[in-house]
Design a protein around this ligand. Structure first.
Ligand SMILES: C[S@@+](CC[C@H](N)C(=O)[O-])C[C@H]1O[C@@H](n2cnc3c(N)ncnc32)[C@H](O)[C@@H]1O
Length: 265
């Protein structure tokens, strides 16, 4: 997997990465300014009057071009194009305001601080849960933590399959956390879910830490794990490697599926 780095900005002499969501906001704003400028110039010079859909298309093209200039990853260029086009289409349908508000609140509670953490919600699947289970001993009471536990599927599964283990999850987004806590209660699972940021958790309390996060946070996670994790404990990452740190094991159940990387301390 190729790890794409975000654009780097110079701020107060220190090299800092601009969060992509913030950069995206300014790119759309810049494209809006350029669109306005083009409309004004063409009106004054040629008395052109632009059709509504052409203006939205112009905004979409300019935003995508700016995304290329600012070296945003490919999917962001696509998002920049789709965003103004989607606004135009939605304006054609008379959608009531409460639908937008509900969609906004739903998205906010699902993705919450993803713009800051750069780790959106997307769940792992039972095939991965099965592989993780194989790494947990059956005969001794180990403690397992999923950092960023999403809807809690993995933790609830592990609690059922490894009754000797103490299985927990921590999740920063309110909606997935609430769903995981409710699911655990309904299924009478011993899995426990905490609402919060894993960065505030001391990883030394766990024998096995599982992460399914994003390439952007792996170097920081490694620094934290090196500082805190006990000798003999395992850090497991699904899909994302730690740059420059070779895992002890690498597991892949199918040639086209992402790997599970395991580091032992
Ligand atoms: C890719 S999902 C994985 C969900 C789950 N582990 C699974 O395997 O299905 C990553 C989750 O981590 C959460 N997350 C991201 N940064 C976090 C942080 N600093 N603390 C706690 N949760 C975080 C996100 O909200 C998201 O739900």
């Amino acid at each position: 997997m190729q790890h794409e780095q975000g654009p780097i900005s110079e701020l107060s002499g220190a090299r800092k990465r601009i969060p992509p969501a913030i950069l995206a906001f300014f790119i759309q704003l810049g494209a809006l300014g350029l669109t306005w400028l083009i409309v004004q110039v063409s009106l004054v010079l040629f008395e052109w009057r632009w059709l509504g859909w052409v203006l939205f298309l112009l905004q979409a093209v300019l935003a995508s071009l700016l995304a290329i200039v600012f070296r945003m990853p490919v999917w962001w260029r696509l998002i920049h194009f789709i965003f103004p086009v989607a606004i135009f289409l939605m304006l054609q349908w008379d959608v009531p305001a409460w639908v937008y508000l509900s969609a906004f609140i739903f998205t906010l509670t699902l993705f919450w601080s993803a713009f800051k953490t750069q780790v959106p919600f997307y769940p792992s699947l039972p095939a991965t849960w099965y592989q993780v289970k194989q790494l947990i001993p059956e005969d001794k009471p180990v403690s397992v933590l999923d950092i960023g536990s999403g809807l809690g599927g993995l933790v609830i599964y592990l609690a059922r399959e490894r009754p000797n283990a103490i299985c927990a999850g921590i999740e920063v987004a309110p909606l997935p956390w609430l769903v995981s806590a409710l699911l655990s209660a309904v299924k009478k699972s011993s899995a426990r879910f905490k609402y919060g940021n894993y960065q505030a958790v001391n990883l030394s309390e766990y024998d096995i830490v599982f992460a399914y996060l994003s390439p952007a946070v792996m170097p920081d996670l490694w620094q934290k794990a090196v500082k805190e994790m006990r000798s003999g404990s395992l850090l497991i990452s699904y899909e994302f490697e730690i740059p420059g740190v070779a895992p002890k094991w690498q597991i892949q159940d199918r040639s086209d599926s992402p790997c599970i990387f395991v580091w032992e301390f």
